[in-house]
Structures are given as C-alpha cells and as structure tokens.
Design a protein around this ligand. Structure first.
Ligand SMILES: *Cc1c(COP(=O)(O)O)cnc(C)c1O
Length: 436
C-alpha cells in the first residue's frame, strides 16, 4: 500500500499538521513507529474500520483496547443516544454515576469506594496521590516497560536496571519528581525484595500492570504479583493494580484477583467507558475516604462521571457476559494460530506470539520477551514490513512496536480466515524485506 492508493488520508494528514501538533492528538497515531503516514478513519462498524479513501480494514487496534465488542456496538450506541437527549453534562450528580459504580463494585469487590475521572492517566495519577496521602510517604515503585499514563512521576522507566531513582522519558519532567519514582525490572521478585530492603519505609505504593500490555504483551511470571502484594503488606505500602487495559478485557472484573490476590487500589479505563473518555480509581474504603470531600487528598473533574460516558459504560458492562469472554478467548486463539500459521508458511522463524485472551503480542526477535530489555530486542524494521504488508491486505494492526494487538468480540470465523490471508501478505513482506 502506497500513499498514492490513499490520497485522501495523505491530504488530510497534510491539513491536520497545520493545526494539530504532528497532525495527531496522541503520538502513537502518527504511524512514525512503522515509518509512514497515518490513515484517517471515517467509520467503524463491528470488526471493521473504513478510511477516508473507502478502504475497509479488520480492526485489530480496537481503540487500544476500549472497543472490546467491536466498533459502535448497538446497545452502547443506543444508550449514548438516549443519554444525550437527556443532557450532555450537568456538573452535578446524576444517578448514572452510581449505577455504573455499582456495576464496577459487583465485578471488582475490592473497589469498595471509587471515583470516575476522564482518562486512565488521571486515574493512576490520582491513585498515587491517594497512596501518598494515606501513607505519608513519597516514593513510588513502577516497573520498566509499564505505562501508566503521562503524568510526571510515571513517565520514567529504567535507570540501567538499578532502582537508583528514575530518569524521565520526557522533557519537562523535573528531576526532583522523577527521583521519587523507583524503576524495577518486571517479573523480578528479587529486585523488588532488594528495593524494599533499601527503601521500604519510604515507599508509598507499587504500581503494576498485572498483564503488561505496553511493552508488547508480557505475562506475569507465576508468583510475581504475589511477591508485590507480600512486599507491600510487609512494608505498609499500597499495591496499585493498573487494570486500565486488563479490567473487563480478560474477564468480567479485574485480572490480578484470579489467584486470590487483592490490590489496595485498582485503576480502570478503556473498556469501562464503552468507547467514551474514562478512568476510574478505587479501593479499600478507609483508603478512599482520604479523597476530598471526605478527606484531605484533593482530586476533581468538571466532566468526571459525564452522563454519556456513564451510560456507555453501563451498557458495555451489561453486554459483557460469559459468552462474550468465551468468544474472545476463541477468536484470540484463532488469531494467534493465524499469525503462527502465516509465519510458518512463509518461513519466518523469529516471530513470537504471546496471548492473554483477546490481547496478543507480536514480537520479531531472538526470544520471547519477559521484561523491557527483552521486549526492546524486537526487530522494528521487520514489524514495520509486516504492518504495511498486512495493512495492504486489509488488516489494521497497531502502528507501533511494543503495542498490544486487540481482538474484539465482533470478529467472526470468516474474519479470522481473512486475517490469516492478510498476515500471510505481511509475512511475505517481511521475507522480501530481508532478501532486499
Ligand atoms: C492506556 C493506559 C493508561 C492511560 O490511559 P489514558 O486513558 O490513555 O490516559 C494507563 N495505564 C495503562 C495500563 C494503560 O494501558
């Protein structure tokens, strides 16, 4: 696929760049990660998206995980439409807020009290403030490769493995803020133990993605999450499970709880907003009672708990039953097999596919990744070739390495077969890329 075959998207990008920074409102949409110019979409329905030039694509980005039922699922669209007719925002309480909150609590009982915000970034940023307010401590532990939104203290990843105080990934983050973030390797309970031995009494919270979806897809090794819970309990720190992707994506509720674990605070986003802007944070009652107006930790939002988002979220959660998760598992497995089958037929030997239900990680590299350094071994050029090859055959994959591919419940068996043909085109491009 060349720019010539999608002139309208190319023109839209030219125009967008004159008024929007880089032509986009979130950097990963720019396609820089795969070397090219972005598609502009005009419509999404079910498993498919349509671009400005009228091409159709099987959607495997799913708005980065939000669209678990596919694009424009009828019950969610209906709920939003009905809510809109009743008023777009009140800046005052509406029953829709506690109606969605009750649904969330039923599914995640550890969220005894919660609050809605407008993005995952806000949710995690606020949970950290609560943890600091509650413990009276300042340091936060995160894991290299974990993404928790773009707040200052969380845009810090790795100081060469050691937790000697992070270095920011972004300009504009004060050193003094970055220093309060300790960055540890994912899947490494020993590093966690040493960090707690050294800084235990200063640590307010450990924040972790229970299944890491922002360094490709990296599953937690057995015992890793339990070691976090143990370390936090022993030191009086709080455990924040960042389930912005995983919440309601892998089961109807949180994923960190499946082994009987229970984080002190949980953050949500993406799916729980039904496709509208959302975040939520919550946890044990006595901790959440620190939040204003009950307690001294201030956090607010003009559009928080927006009636349209609340209506969309409730309709979304009501639609998520066991049959949906069964289907997501089956289709996820189908896509995984399609990827591996296409790679095998084209003789691509360095593809590793990781999967958790409908989350899929694609990694071209010497070994399957288990942490950030191994995830960074991905061959970016090969992923780029694969991306464009598959796109030319009608499959829209994440336009950046280290992102998760999402399968929606709208994907049919025919769509899986379609995807497999597109993947084969992608693999052929990878092989051709190597030869050339
Ligand atoms: C997407 C994401 C966030 C940030 O959510 P936004 O709504 O983009 O601000 C936070 N944590 C995780 C794990 C995410 O995947």
């Amino acid at each position: 696929m060349t720019p010539a075959s999608r002139p309208r998207s190319a023109r839209a990008f030219q125009r967008a760049q004159r008024s929007l920074v880089g032509g986009v409102d979130s950097p990963v949409r720019s396609f820089r990660g795969v070397g090219g110019s972005p598609l502009f979409f005009t419509r999404g329905k079910g498993a498919y998206l349509w671009d400005l030039d009228g091409h159709r694509y099987l959607d495997m980005v799913g708005s980065w995980g939000a669209n678990i039922l596919g694009n424009a699922p009828p019950p969610v669209v209906r709920a939003v439409r009905e809510a809109a007719l009743e008023g777009l925002t009140f800046g005052a309480p509406s029953p829709r807020e506690h109606e969605l909150a009750e649904r969330v609590r039923r599914a995640i009982p550890s969220m005894e009290l919660l609050r809605f915000v407008s993005s995952g970034t806000e949710a995690v940023m606020s949970a950290i403030r609560v943890a600091r307010g509650y413990t009276g401590r300042d340091k936060v532990v995160k894991f290299a490769g974990g993404y928790h939104g773009h707040s200052d203290g969380l845009l810090v990843r790795a100081g060469s493995g050691a937790a000697a105080g992070g270095r920011a990934d972004s300009a504009g983050v004060p050193q003094s803020v970055a220093r309060e973030t300790l960055v540890l390797p994912y899947n490494d309970p020993d590093a966690l133990r040493s960090a707690f031995e050294r800084w235990g009494e200063e640590i307010a919270a450990v924040v972790v993605e229970p299944v890491a979806g922002n360094m490709g897809l990296v599953l937690p090794r057995s015992g890793f999450l339990a070691s976090i819970q143990r370390a936090c309990r022993a030191a009086g720190a709080l455990w924040i499970a960042d389930e912005v992707i995983t919440g309601f994506r892998l089961r109807k509720g949180a994923i960190h709880t499946i082994d009987g674990l229970r984080a002190d605070l949980v953050t949500l986003g993406k799916v729980v907003g039904g496709g509208l802007p959302v975040g939520a944070y919550g946890g044990r009652q006595e901790i959440m009672e620190q939040v204003s107006p009950l307690g001294p930790v201030y956090q607010a939002g003009t559009l928080s708990g927006n009636p349209l988002t609340m209506a969309a979220g409730s309709a979304m959660l009501d639609a998520l039953g066991p049959e949906v998760y069964g289907r997501l598992e089956q289709r996820g497995r189908g896509i995984e097999r399609a990827l591996l089958g296409a790679a095998a037929r084209e003789g691509v030997e360095d593809l590793h596919v990781a999967r958790a239900g409908s989350m899929i990680g694609l990694h071209f590299g010497p070994r399957p990744p288990h942490d950030l350094p191994s995830a960074l071994e991905i061959d970016r050029k090969r992923y780029g070739k694969f991306f464009w090859g598959a796109l030319g055959a009608g499959a829209f994959l994440p336009p950046a390495v280290l992102e998760t591919t999402f399968v929606s419940a709208a994907v049919s068996l025919r769509d899986v077969a379609f995807a497999e043909r597109a993947f084969q085109r992608g693999m052929r491009a990878v092989v051709a890329g190597r030869a050339g």
